[in-house]
Design a protein around this ligand. Structure first.
Ligand SMILES: *Cc1c(COP(=O)(O)O)cnc(C)c1O
Length: 401
């Protein structure tokens, strides 16, 4: 079956469906008033977007382009959650006018809202606000921003958040109905989410908020051995939230990305050459670090190997102390990992990377090679859901001199 030309991504639909069910079942069991907003930036492959849409997820978008993609793929304005620092005013207005979810991130957006509200005095606008708070203090060593501040939303500790609420409360036809508390963490621990839920309560009480939703954002783990899964997070979250909210009045919004799609996605590459230079064995493969680690932060990968049947079986090959698994690009840094104390890899062997669904396809550059194809595994068949990009795709929209 897997004799297709490499490289390519494969999404296993059965596993994806399993994770989607695990998410909604554990939300249902712990907070039965919930909404899933799928994080477009994590992976906006059209097939995936239509999969989550069919399963009831709204679109969580963080730019005008993502907003336009959501619209293009069939989302109505009221089915969109609009986040992040880089919204466009026209899409901001369209979503608010239609009753979609907008989580304010800046003073600029406050001014857009003021103009919109005064232009439509007969309409009431429901908005959410993103709180920036010191999660590191609650969970030392666990957050991405560390002790320096995060840069999104209105800062609670400096009084910006209180100030923004004050300004919003002066606009007669604006209601503050939601809190957005997305924070990225290194640990993705249950404690992180317990602390975020605690913060929701603290803000609600301190500012006497009457909220129709609390949006905890994304950043969950899923499909990682020894790490939390959805059923670990939501009992803890519900326990905290129920101290000041109830499902009858307040919807819990979650914005999963990587936790939904990691486990089901693999990237299949082949060795096309091996070479020895000054004592190093370089294994040249047709995948690249840009395909699976575009932010260049990984030092190890989950993977398995599939040895070519035309070559010696692995038991008969010599064991090599170190092989430098490298990509096809002409960049020296395009080295994926050190393969240690393993049978010698030879041309035709395959390296299949696991857990590569998030921040890979969406971060792929058009560098040296165009986008690889994507297949979906349904039972025993592979269906191509994105063909390999061609020069025609690349030049679309360009002029020649
Ligand atoms: C990135 C992001 C997400 C998704 O994060 P994952 O780590 O992929 O789950 C959700 N919400 C917001 C606001 C984000 O910026």
């Amino acid at each position: 079956m897997e004799t297709l030309p490499t490289p390519y991504f494969v999404i296993d639909e059965t596993i994806l469906q399993k994770y989607y069910h695990m998410l909604t079942e554990s939300l249902q069991a712990n907070w039965d008033n919930y909404l899933v907003g799928y994080s477009f930036k994590t992976n906006s492959l059209p097939w995936l977007v239509s999969f989550v849409k069919r399963n009831g997820a709204y679109a969580e978008v963080v730019s005008e382009d993502e907003y336009l993609l959501a619209r293009y793929l069939g989302y109505e304005n009221h089915e969109i959650i609009y986040n992040g620092p880089y919204k466009s005013e026209s899409s901001f207005r369209d979503i608010l006018l239609a009753g979609g979810y907008v989580n304010l991130d800046s003073k600029l957006e406050l001014s857009w809202l003021k103009s919109l509200a005064s232009e439509y005095p007969g309409q009431t606008f429901a908005v959410g606000i993103r709180a920036n708070f010191d999660l590191e203090k609650m969970c030392p060593g666990e957050t991405t921003m560390g002790e320096i501040s995060g840069r999104f939303g209105f800062c609670y500790e400096t009084g910006m958040f209180a100030d923004a609420l004050g300004q919003l409360r002066k606009i007669p036809n604006v209601n503050i109905v939601g809190l957005h508390l997305h924070s990225s963490s290194k640990s993705r621990s249950v404690d992180i989410f317990r602390s975020i839920a605690k913060m929701a309560c603290q803000l609600q009480q301190e500012f006497h908020l009457s909220l129709s939703y609390v949006d905890l954002g994304g950043g969950y783990c899923g499909g990682m051995k020894g790490r939390p899964e959805y059923p670990d997070y939501f009992p803890a979250i519900a326990q905290e939230l129920s101290k000041c909210f109830s499902p009858a009045e307040t919807k819990l919004i979650v914005e999963p990305g990587i936790s939904l799609i990691s486990k089901c996605t693999t990237f299949v590459t082949s060795v096309f050459d091996v070479r020895d230079i000054k004592g190093s064995r370089y294994v040249m493969t047709d995948g690249s670090r840009f395909n699976i680690d575009a932010t260049m932060i990984k030092t190890s990968h989950l993977f398995h190997t599939d040895y070519a049947e035309s070559e010696m079986p692995p038991e008969q090959r010599r064991i090599m102390e170190e092989q430098v698994i490298s990509g096809y690009t002409c960049m020296e840094c395009d080295r994926m990992f050190l393969h240690e104390n393993a049978p010698e890899l030879l041309p035709g062997d395959r390296i299949i990377y696991e857990n590569v669904g998030g921040y890979t396809m969406s971060l792929n550059p058009l560098f040296i090679q165009y986008f690889p194809p994507v297949y979906v595994r349904q039972e025993e068949t592979l269906i191509q859901v994105r063909r390999k990009w061609t020069p025609e795709d690349y030049v679309r929209g360009s002029l020649l001199s």
